[in-house]
Design a protein around this ligand. Structure first.
Ligand SMILES: C[S@@+](CC[C@H](N)C(=O)[O-])C[C@H]1O[C@@H](n2cnc3c(N)ncnc32)[C@H](O)[C@@H]1O
Length: 247
């Protein structure tokens, strides 16, 4: 997958995208990440990328001209069809399902706003707006990196263990249950016996029940739409869950 990020701070993007899972994916040639700076496409002597808003008001607004020229250049750099995303607190919320949808595409172009945001006409040039939550950050770089990380770890071959994103929270519609590693006893806290039993059927059942228990405790709203079988519902009933009618 190719990912182009339009940002006034392309070095920040390159540094953050160079570490961990995303960095290793790039080293192994599974993705390529390229930063593009709209300032390089500004045509005046001051290389301006922002202006005061028409009609007055606080702050500055990113200019369309350098951003539009930068976007044209980024799109022209590769013939693969691109999904153009503008990171915006006004966008649709980023979810695991959205990350999965984006991970199936050959190319993403992510536009990062700064200042009070971008001239409204940017919306004519993007396919969608994504928000990473109901709060306002000072720039789109962190949201772009969040999108990038959520998408890249789903690409085939990126995670060492192919199975690991399958059990992640949200992948199954539930939160993931607890995980333990060595030692089997830490001070007074022991790892549940079933995990040491070697009984794979019992371990799978226990994990499913723990995922249901965790989801009921922390995000019961997810149970309204998670795929549940009869055993799941019976287990949830023992915990007092009364959702989805009496079934
Ligand atoms: C200070 S914000 C602008 C907020 C804008 N004035 C508003 O109220 O909607 C500057 C830039 O940060 C990015 N940004 C801020 N919060 C975000 C969020 N929750 N999700 C995605 N992008 C965000 C966007 O790219 C935005 O253009």
């Amino acid at each position: 997958m190719r990912i182009d990020v339009l940002s006034l701070f392309p070095d920040f993007i390159a540094q953050c995208a160079g570490v961990g899972v995303v960095g290793r994916a790039a080293e192994r040639g599974l993705i390529s990440v390229q930063g593009w700076n709209p300032r390089d496409y500004a045509t005046d002597n001051y290389r301006r990328v922002d202006e005061r808003p028409f009609g007055g008001g606080p702050g500055m607004v990113m200019l369309m001209e350098p951003l539009g020229a930068c976007l044209d250049a980024a799109l022209a750099a590769d013939p693969a069809p691109a999904r153009v995303i503008y990171t915006s607190p006004q966008g649709v919320p980023l979810t695991q399902a959205k990350a999965r949808e984006l991970a199936a595409l050959p190319r993403l172009v992510v536009v990062c706003g700064r200042y009070e945001g971008v001239d409204e006409r940017v919306r004519d040039f993007v396919d969608e707006e994504l928000s990473i939550g109901d709060y306002v950050l000072s720039g789109g770089e962190l949201p772009a990196l969040v999108v990038l990380d959520a998408v890249v770890r789903l690409l085939p071959g990126v995670l060492g263990n192919e199975a690991s994103p399958i059990d992640d929270s949200f992948a199954t519609g539930l939160l993931e249950g607890p995980q333990y590693t060595r030692p089997a006893a830490f001070r007074d806290a022991r790892v549940p016996d079933v995990l040491l039993s070697g009984d794979h059927g019992a371990i799978a059942r226990w994990r499913r029940e723990q995922a249901l228990r965790t989801t009921l405790a922390r995000r019961p709203d997810l149970l309204d739409r998670a795929p549940l079988d009869g055993a799941d519902v019976r287990f949830l009933r023992t915990l007092g869950w009364t959702g989805r009618g009496n079934g």
